[in-house]
Ligand binder design. Structure first.
Ligand code: MTE
Length: 319
């Protein structure tokens, strides 16, 4: 999100999955297309980063069949500015994040405001494994087997009033735990927002884990959202408050750079970011001939499911 060319923390050739492991993963994926059977083997190959608690999750028809990005890359190539600005900073420094006790306060335009304990959130609805593409505005992408359930499950429980038009997500901002807060690059806490119909869309995931275990700290433990048809920065990490509001919230990135980061931020290969083309992307973990750039798809490949949310809207204006 910052002005960066190739950083020292970009993956080196040596970090990219060796060919034989890639092939092995493909075979395992084919053999266990609907189960979690191969995740433990996959994880054993990777560096452990702290998401110790196992989460049983059923497969979801909303998953892509694309090969997931290796666990090691998913957990060491991160944006979580509260822990630093290099891609490997979150994996190095997020160990200071305390994820228990943890509550999420749901408030605003709802009939049943409630403070949810994280243990309650883990049981609120059956956990699903959702393998989604994640496209970062910086031009890289991943495929991540997230664990969670549709945010709509939570929304239903708190009964939004007729005035609730948007949802604001407020994430943790605690200087004692988060060294990155000493930087003034963003106005903390990191805030993001969605229109209520976007938040209620089945693809919008209240996310509690990845690769069959609780979220590693660098990926936004213990709870985040994932909105797969939008650029990654819309998917706020380590959420502590969810507010139902009447007016469109101002996201942290829009507040500091309104011409670069719009409220919608739907993945759109035809609308470039002022500093980056959005036409293509680099898939983290690709090796060999796959390493060349891939074409970015409208709504990150989820157009069939979400294009109707924006019918009649000028997506250049509402970027
Ligand atoms: N949430 C918080 N609280 N702080 C952040 O810096 N970065 C965002 C998003 N959520 C960010 C955040 C960005 S820019 C991206 S691309 C995704 O998290 C990255 O998620 P990942 O590290 O799990 O791949």
């Amino acid at each position: 999100m910052l002005v960066r060319t190739r950083s020292a923390s970009d993956p080196q050739a040596s970090e990219i999955t060796p060919r034989h492991l890639f092939d092995q993963r493909r075979r395992l994926l084919a053999a266990a297309a609907t189960g979690l059977a191969w995740w433990p083997a996959q994880r054993a190959l990777a560096q452990r980063q702290g998401g110790e608690q196992k989460l049983a999750a059923r497969p979801s028809s909303l998953s892509t069949t694309e090969t997931p990005t290796p666990y090691k890359d998913v957990t060491t190539y991160n944006n979580f500015y509260e822990f630093g600005f290099d891609k490997d900073d979150p994996a190095k420094y997020a160990h200071t994040l305390k994820v228990r006790p943890w509550t999420v306060e749901v408030e605003g335009e709802v009939r049943k405001p409630k403070v949810f304990d994280i243990e309650e959130l883990l049981k609120l609805a059956p956990l699903e494994e959702r393998v989604y593409r994640l496209r970062c505005v910086e031009g890289w992408s991943m495929v991540v087997p997230w664990v969670g359930y549709s945010l709509s499950e939570l929304i239903r429980k708190v009964e939004p009033t007729g005035n609730a038009k948007y949802i604001e997500f407020v994430t943790l901002a605690d200087k004692a735990q988060m060294p990155g807060l000493s930087s003034s690059v963003l106005a903390w806490p990191y805030v993001e927002g969605l229109r209520l119909d976007e938040a209620n869309h089945p693809l919008t995931l209240l996310t509690l884990g990845l690769y069959g275990e609780a979220l590693p700290k660098q990926n936004g433990a213990p709870v985040r959202v994932v909105v797969p048809w939008k650029y990654g920065f819309k998917s706020g990490k380590s959420i502590v408050r969810i507010r139902f509001v009447e007016k469109q919230p101002v996201s942290s990135w829009t507040r500091v750079l309104p011409h670069e980061y719009g409220f919608y931020s739907n993945v759109n290969p035809k609308v470039d970011h002022p500093r980056w083309s959005q036409a293509t992307e680099r898939r983290i973990g690709d090796s060999g001939f796959l390493q060349r750039k891939r074409e970015t798809l409208m709504f990150n490949g989820y157009a069939d499911q979400v294009a109707s949310l924006y019918a009649g809207m000028d997506l250049r204006k509402f970027f």
